[in-house]
Design a protein around this ligand. Structure first.
Ligand code: ZN
Ligand code: ZN
Length: 171
């Protein structure tokens, strides 16, 4: 049996992918880690796969399977091609989500750039993350909805005033 790791005749075999996950218990295989993560997570309404780590805090990065970050472990075993030089970022903005399609790798600089965006619109609403770019949407959906509502109300008022003056004119 040829060894699967190490240096043979100068050719470098790929390192064990699980060894790239800091703090992971050694007894896991890729297969058991996948099962473990799925076992501890639940699908929520907006498509996120929210994992329960050791802590009680929801909506924060979760640790499990030793002292490993759940989203990094999920990236390694569900997405693959993990680059330890890069950070694992959430397109959905939900830190305890491990849904593979919500995870992507970005440079530290890119991650910081995104964090510098204002998380609220000028009217104080939480801004939404655009799932395609991982950045906050330019247009606030609530402000936009409010503006449309005001426009419809103004239209309705003008129509009502128009009817009222028409009614008087024909008296
Ligand atoms: Zn998510
Ligand atoms: Zn707003």
């Amino acid at each position: 049996m040829p060894p699967t790791t190490g240096n043979i005749g100068g050719a470098r075999y790929p390192p064990d992918v699980l060894s790239q996950i800091k703090g992971l218990s050694r007894h896991f295989t890729e297969e058991t880690l996948r099962a473990y993560l799925l076992d501890r997570s639940a699908r929520v309404e907006d498509g996120c796969l929210v994992v329960r780590g050791y802590g009680s805090q929801r909506g924060e990065y979760q640790k499990l399977a030793g002292r490993a970050w759940a989203h990094i472990a999920a990236y390694v075993v569900f997405v693959g091609d993990y680059d330890p030089e890069l950070e694992v970022d959430h397109l959905c903005g939900v830190p305890d989500c491990i849904e593979p399609t919500h995870l992507r790798q970005v440079s530290h600089a890119e991650n910081c750039r995104r964090r510098k965006q204002q998380p609220r619109c000028r009217n104080g609403h939480d801004r939404e993350i655009d799932i395609h770019t991982g950045r906050y949407r330019k247009v606030c959906r609530r402000c936009n909805g409010d503006a449309q509502k005001r426009w419809r109300e103004r239209q309705a008022r003008q129509v009502a005033e128009g009817r009222a003056s028409y009614g008087r004119a024909t008296d």
